[in-house]
Design a protein around this ligand. Structure first.
Ligand SMILES: Nc1ncnc2c1ncn2[C@@H]1O[C@H](COP(=O)(O)OP(=O)(O)OP(=O)(O)O)[C@@H](O)[C@H]1O
Ligand SMILES: [Mg+2]
Length: 230
């Protein structure tokens, strides 16, 4: 099992001292190479779940194991290395630095990767841009790009360290139908490379493309819907 959450709980205390539990006993098992869609209403906890899996945030209680090892076993620095080298995260709002060019944006995860030497950057960035069909855009500023082009750059940045796991938070949310289809196709092409994908989407047409689908059906509870029910 590449990702395993057991009775996972995440509690936030809001500004008025009120408790919010977007994850309240979540169980989730994902095998290496599986493609999983996560659906559910706004505010249900989808981004919270990806942030936990992406080691950006930690659980209040319960267990999160990555490749069979409880994440709590690692120090914060080790978790940062795992996040950087093992997980590619396409953020809900793409998270690109708009005033920098494409090359600099895709370079960011490499700068935090101790295993990659500076002289290797160019080759890796160019390979990542080629894989999303954006090889001619390396010197363009991000704020000059369309929404679909930005999303491709966000995917290139998520892929540049060749991660095993890809987390995509609503990657087609702001796109028209043509761009939506091409981004989904791009992500599905990665399946042949053995990647594992967890994708949050509000779009049922896209969700239905996935054999494995989970939904936040009750408050803080994630259930498998459709597909191969375990
Ligand atoms: N850092 C935080 N502090 C307090 N509450 C938070 C924090 N982050 C998220 N929340 C709350 O947790 C709940 C789940 O948020 P989350 O961002 O996971 O929702 P979501 O399912 O991704 O929604 P959307 O579809 O709108 O992106 C919301 O009620 C949100 O207000
Ligand atoms: Mg969200």
């Amino acid at each position: 099992m590449i990702i395993e959450l057991k009775n996972a709980k995440k509690e936030y205390i809001d500004g008025k001292n009120k408790s919010i539990t977007p994850l309240n006993g979540v169980n989730l098992s994902v095998e290496k190479g599986e493609y999983v869609a996560i659906i559910g209403p706004s505010g249900a906890g989808k981004s919270t779940l990806l942030n936990i899996i992406g080691c950006i945030d930690s659980l209040t209680s319960g267990e999160y194991s990555l490749d069979g090892k409880n994440i709590e076993f690692y120090t914060k620095n080790q978790q940062a290395d795992i996040r950087n080298q093992y997980i590619g995260y396409i953020l809900q709002n793409n998270g690109l630095i708009s005033y920098r060019n494409v090359y600099d944006n895709v370079a960011i995860p490499l700068m935090f990767n101790k295993k990659v030497k500076k002289k290797e950057y160019k080759e890796k960035i160019e390979a990542a841009l080629l894989s999303v069909g954006m090889q001619d855009y390396r010197n363009r500023r991000v704020n000059e790009l369309s929404g679909g082009e930005k999303q491709r750059i966000a995917i290139a940045r998520a892929l540049v360290n060749n991660p095993d796991i890809i987390l995509a938070d609503e990657p087609t949310g702001a796109l028209d139908i043509k761009n939506k289809v091409s981004i989904v196709e791009l992500l599905f092409q990665l399946k042949s490379k053995g990647k594992t994908l967890l994708m949050v989407t509000h779009d049922m047409e896209i969700a239905n493309e996935f054999k494995i689908r989970y939904s936040f059906t009750n408050e803080g509870v994630l259930s498998q819907v459709g597909g191969t029910i375990c």
